[in-house]
Write a protein that binds this ligand. Structure first.
Ligand SMILES: Nc1ncnc2c1ncn2[C@@H]1O[C@H](COP(=O)(O)OP(=O)(O)OP(=O)(O)O)[C@@H](O)[C@H]1O
Length: 291
């Protein structure tokens, strides 16, 4: 039995399409990524998956149970972070999280303190005084505090600074080691590659690929910028390099291929400086998923 199974899920907002024919299966204990550019349909799919939106057609099950028939009981085993959090402004995070716990019959609030300390959240500040990133932390704690067996997180890292993103991913790894299934959306490829084994790639409301992360890494183009000490004569680029541009001693090109081959090629030259960057999602789509 899959932890999450979405079958041919379609959601139209009136005449406008949110998602069409989306199918995703997630094993128990898996960390699964959901990646796509803005407006691709990630939030629509997630909201429909957890029963917050009625689908136009198709079905979604969690632990084998239909989310519309068993919504209330299933939601007890899910932790959900929406892409945007909206709270009662005049409550403190502590009051909000305690209020949340009471829905789950939790009377011991030590987990709130524990998570707030991990995420460095001041529990005594009123929500309206929290920055965007701190509200996000509050949302993440809310998703985790009742210790759900499945975490469904919609753009969890947006608004978190890089250090806090580290804390967040370490926490996901810790929870996953305890058996928690995690499904999270992002539009940043490196985040998905960091902890997922598989990812569904969505564009214009449709799944364009379901990839093993290893496969995605092999396909991934790198942007290579090299500054040479001296411009080498008769320079031959490694196989897989394309769209080369020169500016003074600075060479830029796109590279798809073995990292070892690239490193070997670089080691044959006097390199003054080097940057390797990941392409944005649009370039990835242009290269592989354009249909
Ligand atoms: N309430 C709504 N009414 C009408 N159209 C909507 C509604 N919510 C979403 N849409 C449309 O559905 C499509 C998918 O939007 P969705 O918010 O699911 O994408 P997303 O991948 O989550 O985007 P983002 O990364 O920007 O959050 C978009 O075309 C959007 O305009």
């Amino acid at each position: 039995m899959h932890a999450i199974e979405i079958k041919n899920l379609t959601k139209y907002y009136g005449k406008s399409m949110g998602i069409e024919d989306v199918s995703i299966s997630i094993e128990k204990g898996e960390v699964y990524g959901f990646i796509g550019p803005n407006g691709a349909g990630k939030s629509t799919a997630i909201r429909t998956l957890i029963g917050l939106l009625q689908p136009t057609s198709g079905s979604a099950t969690i632990n084998g149970k239909d989310v519309f028939q068993h919504g209330a009981s299933l939601r007890k085993s899910i932790g959900y972070l929406p892409s945007e959090v909206h709270y009662y402004d005049r409550m403190s995070s502590r009051e909000l999280l305690e209020y949340h716990c009471r829905f789950y019959g939790i009377k011991d609030y030590t987990k709130i303190e524990e998570l707030a300390s991990d995420f460095e959240l001041d529990l005594d500040k009123e929500i309206e005084d929290l920055s965007f990133g701190n509200k996000k932390k509050c949302g993440i704690i809310q998703a985790m505090v009742h210790e759900p067996e499945i975490l469904i997180l919609d753009e969890p890292t947006s608004g978190l600074d890089p250090l806090m993103q580290n804390v967040f991913f370490n926490k996901l790894e810790e929870l996953n080691q305890k058996g928690v299934t995690i499904f999270f959306s992002s539009h940043v490829l490196s985040e998905i590659q960091r902890i997922c084994k598989r990812a569904a790639i969505i564009r214009n409301g449709r799944i364009v690929a379901i990839e093993n992360i290893d496969g995605l890494l092999k396909k991934q183009m790198k942007l290579v910028k090299v500054i040479f000490k001296e411009v080498p004569s008769n320079l031959v680029l490694p196989e897989g390099a394309q769209k080369k541009t020169w500016s003074n001693k600075k060479l830029s090109f796109e590279y798809i291929g073995s990292t070892t081959v690239l490193i070997n090629w670089l080691s044959n030259h006097e390199v003054f400086d080097l940057t390797l960057t990941e392409p944005d999602l649009e370039s990835l789509f242009m290269n592989y998923y354009e249909r």
